[in-house]
Design a protein. Structure first.
Lengths: 408, 74
């Protein structure tokens, strides 16, 4: 019996046989997927591939308001349809399942949402080709530590890398540090892909975890100190820093903080006025992106030209990167401004040693009875948790800029 | 000092809709005993920095209340 997925949070272990039984017994399909349970999400992705139906992934913590503005609906029960199997009758084995997936999928599309730079989150749609472009072929004995939200691009890429190679997936996201380390040891995890924040908080004081062969990280600044400490605990791991975006997936990899553009994609990546641009042929289909070159908003410092080597400097727009999650301050301000009793608000970030940046907020109130608890309760029903400011200050007038510089 | 830290910790907990705790000791583990996640730890650093002018996570991860006290008292 080969393990497909283990989830210490949901206390479940799913073997490939169980997965195949569940797929064979699925009689209904819904194109919208919103679940707290990672296995439900994985199963729905696989089913959508088998049926060549499109799938929309929704974060489990999207509020009804967010769902309405993103999809036009907050309830998806009416989208449930009976399953019609045209391509296969019955999945017989793991090999058969993976064969069916590899030989299909031209019509298949998956949609997810990313923090937009203009206000509300935007929709990004990927084809099988764009999502699996960077999947490397490996042997089935690899064991992946799953350390991302499965409805975000990074999580999807780890899922596809593991699933298409028939690897085992062990959930690490959402577990306490001790349990994460126990899972790594007990299940001989070989590969971990995670944000630098996740890895920083994972670092034990001591101990050796020799099973880990590879650690991939990205999404925010990966400091050399964390890399150094990781090398001590995971002596056999090759550590790679990747650059990825929801629109394009993983694009670049580096062993430190200097990225090299590989010859095979050098025609599709360019740097203009210090900003990294990506050709549309490398991108998923975004509703806001119709031009030939996509401006990433990431500003880089060119170190070498043959081949091009660069280091990331900062972001051109005001998106705040907090623990690898990108938050648009305008979106949060717009929600807070709606609260009765708020006359003005400014969201800004402050550098933080845990998350890289922390979201802070200043509010000018017109109703003296408005308090922090009331605001927090309201925001919990309107915004995903990582977007809610961690520090709220009431002020007579706005004093700070978005980069957290306090005007004294 | 412990009392003041407890107030800060309970502020962080209640900001996330979590239940306050009644006591902490030097051995209390921030993540395993108190139940902090990365968002909570980040907020804790900001609040401690505001109160004591020390970034407790500046040179690596702090796990217990005792380790915080050491940083503050330095």
């Amino acid at each position: 019996m080969e393990l497909f997925y283990r989830d210490a949070v949901g206390k479940s272990e799913i073997y490939w046989e169980t997965l195949i039984d569940d797929l064979n017994q699925s009689n209904f399909y819904n194109a919208y997927c919103k679940s707290e349970d990672y296995y439900t999400i994985f199963k729905q992705i696989i089913l959508s591939l088998l049926l060549e139906e499109s799938l929309v992934l929704l974060d489990a913590d999207f509020t009804d308001d967010e769902l309405l503005s993103l999809t036009g609906y907050a309830d998806y029960a009416s989208f449930t349809q009976p399953v019609i199997r045209t391509k296969y009758e019955f999945i017989q084995s793991k090999e058969h399942l993976l064969d069916c997936i590899h030989t299909s999928s031209t019509e298949w599309k998956i949609t997810l949402f990313t923090s937009g730079t203009t206000g509300i989150p935007k929709k990004v749609t990927h084809s099988f080709e764009s999502i699996s472009r960077f999947v490397k072929k490996t042997t089935p004995d690899k064991v992946w530590g799953f350390a991302y939200n499965p409805t975000h691009i990074a999580g999807l890429q780890v899922f596809f890398q593991a699933f298409l190679n028939g690897n085992t997936i062990i959930r690490l996201f959402g577990l306490p540090q001790q349990e994460i380390l126990r899972e790594i040891r007990n299940f001989g995890i070989t590969h971990i892909s995670a944000t630098p924040t996740f890895l920083r908080l994972l670092l034990p004081k001591e101990g050796l975890y020799p099973s880990v062969m590879r650690i991939t990280s990205g999404g925010e600044k990966f400091d050399s100190k964390t890399i150094e400490l990781l090398k001590k605990i995971f002596p056999n791991a090759k550590i790679t820093n990747v650059y990825a975006s929801t629109e394009a997936g993983t694009l670049l990899a580096a062993e430190d903080d200097i990225f090299t553009i590989k010859p095979e994609i050098q025609q599709q990546i360019k740097i203009e006025n210090g900003e990294l641009l990506i050709h549309q042929s490398l991108m998923g289909d975004s509703e806001l992106n119709h031009s030939e070159w996509y401006a990433t908003g990431d500003l880089v410092d060119i170190i070498d030209t043959m081949p091009v080597k660069f280091r990331f400097l900062s972001r051109k727009n005001e998106m705040i990167n907090t623990g690898g999650y990108k938050v648009n301050p305008t979106e949060v301000e717009d929600v807070i401004r709606y609260i009765s009793g708020v006359s003005d608000v400014r969201i800004f970030s402050k550098p933080n040693s845990v998350l890289g940046n922390i979201i802070c907020c200043e509010i000018v109130k017109s109703n003296p009875e408005l308090d922090e608890t009331g605001i927090r309760l309201y925001l919990q029903s309107k915004l995903q948790e990582f977007k809610i400011p961690r520090v709220i200050r009431f002020v007579d007038g706005l004093t700070t800029t978005r980069t957290g510089k306090i005007k004294r | 000092m412990l009392d003041k830290l407890l107030i800060i910790i309970n502020t962080v907990l209640s900001n996330r809709g979590k239940n306050p705790i009644s006591a902490i000791t030097e051995n209390s583990h921030l993540r395993n005993d108190i139940g902090f996640d990365s968002l909570d730890l980040a907020e804790l650093t900001v609040r401690i920095e505001a109160a004591y002018d020390v970034d407790i996570f500046e040179d690596g991860i702090v796990n217990t209340i005792g380790e915080i006290l050491q940083k503050i008292e330095k």
